[in-house]
Design a protein around this ligand. Structure first.
Ligand code: HEM
Ligand code: HEM
Ligand SMILES: [Fe+2]
Length: 443
């Protein structure tokens, strides 16, 4: 198997950039993981708040690189035509990389502005908007020029349009703190529990069709169910962030009911994946890609569906709000849904871009990396769930002071760091496989 359209090759640098930034994200994750246990580590050069900012900003940037690379790989095959402009794709690749790197280096020199996840200085925010618009223009033109219009490309486009649209609320910073928080969630929640889910579902459908050989009609039916459920639950589900921030009380009812059923699109993605695999007529040689593809459906359900549901009802969130429970859920959900869908696409696309697929040698290494990373991240989430339970009980139920509570949680932070190290090991094997084995076996 190989790539069918010359322009698909522009996806490759996107995956390389994504993995490079992912490596940096993990490095900073380890730094803040150490700082939890040894607060003076790297102080004052890289204080916790700055390293944390870099950790989560790199996360968002690399995932968006991964989304764009995935789109550039799948678009030509879906629309049956070349990408409208490969030059434009390269141009906004470099703009995004330079803009992203400037922001990260800027943080180290205390050049930042605004709220969690949206710390990018104003001009960097403007640059991000321009980059995304350039990408969307290229995507739309490719779709217009192409011979075929598929549900996958349309859902993907709606996802990217939503990503751009909701990011605009990053520019809106009301003085009133309630309003400020209210609209902050229009970026963060509407992204991860709304429009990004559409991007994920579209990529998942593409991969399942390719890896199982099952008819497009079956996948499309599921895709519609998933996006229907996402819109139905995710929009009003924003209410689960409006329980205690000064917003009207009715949000406790609306937020509870709608966010409780936010689990459904994730259940549907598991059912979809298993159904497609059960219908398959042949075994695809790229077993590693199938691991990531089924894996993303299952782990996103655990992280978003199970751990999300666990603290989404106001009766529970009253105690767990802003504790390590939140961090536990944040890690497994982001990793399971968005890191893993990008890894799945990279795993499928890269061997094709290198003109080879399914080499036995690289399959073994990659499947080892898959299990090491998934099990480590599940253990990170479990360690933090432990921390969250202790914290909620001591701090929120018994009203123990914050610092006193923290002094009982060291064991869990140690466990997080340990599994962070094993996660890193798995990731190094993945990179070794990606850059050495896949290259060594090509041509
Ligand atoms: C892939 C999808 C998801 C991702 C990536 C994700 C990620 C996150 C992150 C990073 C936060 C922390 C935000 C902050 O800094 O305060 C958060 C908070 C939260 N999430 Fe999710 N989430 C997802 C899906 C869900 C779902 C489906 C539910 C409910 C069933 C849910 C329930 C919650 C709740 C209740 C909070 C607030 C926790 C608190 O009060 O401190 N999430 N999520
Ligand atoms: C591999 C080792 C990792 C370690 C040791 C680590 C550690 C940390 C720490 C200490 C924080 C700050 C928590 C706080 O403010 O209390 C954090 C935040 C966060 N990390 Fe990681 N991390 C790692 C990997 C990852 C990965 C792979 C992802 C996602 C794919 C991720 C996503 C996040 C998110 C979304 C937050 C913000 C959570 C929130 O606001 O609740 N991290 N991480
Ligand atoms: Fe949410």
């Amino acid at each position: 198997m190989t790539y069918k359209y010359e322009s698909q090759r522009v996806a490759f640098p996107y995956f390389v950039a994504a993995l490079g930034l992912f490596a940096a994200q993990i490095l900073f994750g380890i730094v803040i993981g150490i700082q939890y246990l040894a607060p003076d580590f790297l102080f004052p050069a890289i204080p916790f708040n700055i390293a944390r900012m870099i950790h989560i900003n790199l996360l968002v940037v690399w995932i968006i690189f991964g989304f764009m690379g995935s789109a550039y790989y799948l678009l030509p095959e879906e629309v049956e035509g070349e990408i409208y402009s490969v030059k434009l794709a390269w141009l906004h690749f470099w703009m995004f990389l330079v803009g992203g790197a400037t922001a990260i280096v800027g943080y180290l020199f205390r050049w930042h502005d605004g709220r969690e996840f949206l710390e990018q200085p104003f001009i960097i925010k403007v640059a991000i908007v321009i980059v995304v618009l350039m990408f969307i223009f290229n995507m739309v033109m490719t779709m217009i020029k192409g011979r075929r219009r598929t549900s996958i490309t349309i859902v993907l486009l709606i996802g990217f349009l939503g990503l751009a649209l909701f990011y605009l609320f990053a520019f809106f910073k009301p003085d009133n703190m309630v309003m400020d928080k209210y609209f902050w969630w229009w970026v963060v929640h509407m992204w991860v529990e709304g429009v990004w889910e559409l991007i994920m579902a579209a990529i998942l459908s593409f991969l399942l069709i390719k890896l199982t050989g099952v008819d497009r009609e079956v996948a499309e039916k599921w895709l519609y169910i998933i996006i229907g459920l996402t819109f139905l639950t995710g929009i009003i589900g924003t209410g689960h962030h409006y329980y205690w921030i000064g917003t009207p009380e009715f949000w406790q009812i609306w937020g509870a009911w709608f966010s409780a059923i936010e689990v459904l699109p994730f259940v549907a993605m598991i059912a979809f994946s298993l159904r497609m695999v059960s219908l398959r007529s042949r075994k695809h040689p790229n077993g590693a890609a199938l691991h990531w593809t089924i894996g993303t459906a299952i782990v996103s359900f655990l992280g978003a569906g199970v751990l999300g549901f666990m603290h989404t009802l106001p009766q529970i969130n009253y105690y767990t709000h802003g504790t390590q429970m939140t961090a536990s859920h944040g890690h497994l959900a982001f990793f399971g849904a968005y890191a893993m869908i990008v890894m799945a696409m990279a795993s499928y696309a890269v061997p094709n871009l290198r003109r080879k697929t399914g080499e036995i040698m690289s399959q073994k290494a990659e499947i080892f990396a898959f299990w090491t990373m998934v099990i480590s991240m599940v253990c990170i989430a479990l360690s933090l769930t432990g921390a969250g339970v202790v914290q909620s009980y001591l701090q929120r139920v018994l009203a123990t002071s914050y610092m006193e509570t923290q002094s009982h949680m060291g064991i869990f932070y140690g466990m997080r760091l340990f599994f962070g190290a094993t996660f890193t090991l798995g990731f190094i094997v993945y990179l070794y496989d990606f850059f050495l084995l896949k290259r060594a076996t090509s041509r």
